[in-house]
Write a protein that binds this ligand. Structure first.
Ligand code: Z5A
Length: 212
């Protein structure tokens, strides 16, 4: 039985996801929670190998091959790492999850929505995040932050401006159960403060529900 909390931080490249996951993890630990930080794709030997293949420009993955590498990575990590952690009551903080598949593989690569989401459902055995924090940032700004870091662009990052805008639009428009947007144009401290408010509220509400 699942008793933990699954929190995802998602958004376009360079939006500050990794920075925020680290800061939220520290805040949660200080508040006494047992936290596991993960990233997607990645987190198991198989998932790291799938990540490397998907992002390596020399591999020239087709859109479908890229999708199945992402889903193979997710299936392995969900089954071996994320579900067991949730079942033991931990808070799992994930840098990206399936909203990224909607953005990159469906909007970016143009793969058919229903079939991709069906394959994702199969890969995750229906595991949905309790909370998804979407960092809102124009695509150009995120790419600028990465360029400023001197980060070597991977295969996906080398796509053009219009492609990245199409991807960023999915993040901006994301809505539904547990999806909350945070303005990522603000300073890292301001983003952390806003996101922490969202997490605290979510945890308070769920512990309230658990008591009633
Ligand atoms: N992908 C996919 O196609 N389909 C899928 O289903 C999944 C993924 C799950 C994974 O790369 C790639 O896989 C990604 C999507 C694809 N492809 N691309 N491109 P990733 O997640 O490892 O790469 P990324 O999104 O490009 O991550 P990143 O470069 O690490 O960005 P980030 O985590 O959002 O940002 P950061 O590292 O925290 O910060 C970037 C810089 O900005 C750094 O210098 C920070 O100090 C700075 N920063 C952070 N916050 C701020 C604020 N608030 N203000 C100013 N500066 C800031």
């Amino acid at each position: 039985m699942r008793v933990g909390t699954f929190i995802v931080v998602d958004g376009p490249e360079g939006a500050g996801k990794t920075t925020l996951v680290g800061r939220l993890a520290s805040r949660l630990r200080a508040a006494g929670h047992d936290v596991l930080e993960v990233r997607q794709p990645g987190g198991t030997p198989l998932a790291e190998a799938a990540r490397a293949a998907a992002l390596d420009a020399e591999m020239h993955a087709t859109p479908l091959a890229e999708l199945f590498l992402m889903l193979a990575a997710r299936a392995d990590q969900v089954a071996k790492v994320i579900r067991p952690a949730l079942e033991s009551g931990r808070v799992v903080l994930s840098d990206r999850y399936d909203l990224s598949t909607e953005a990159y593989q469906i909007a970016g690569r143009g793969l058919p929505r229903e079939r991709v989401m069906g394959a994702n459902e199969l890969a995750t055995d229906g595991l949905r995040p309790d909370l998804t924090i979407v960092l809102d940032l124009p695509a150009e700004l995120g790419l600028k932050r990465q360029a400023h870091d001197g980060k070597e662009p991977d295969r996906i990052e080398r796509e053009g401006r219009v492609w990245h805008q199409r991807v960023a639009e999915v993040f901006l428009q994301a809505s539904g159960n547990g999806v909350v947007h945070v303005d990522a144009t603000k300073s890292a401290d301001a983003v952390e403060q806003a996101a922490w408010g969202v997490v605290e509220r979510h945890l308070a509400e769920t512990s309230e529900e658990g008591r009633s």
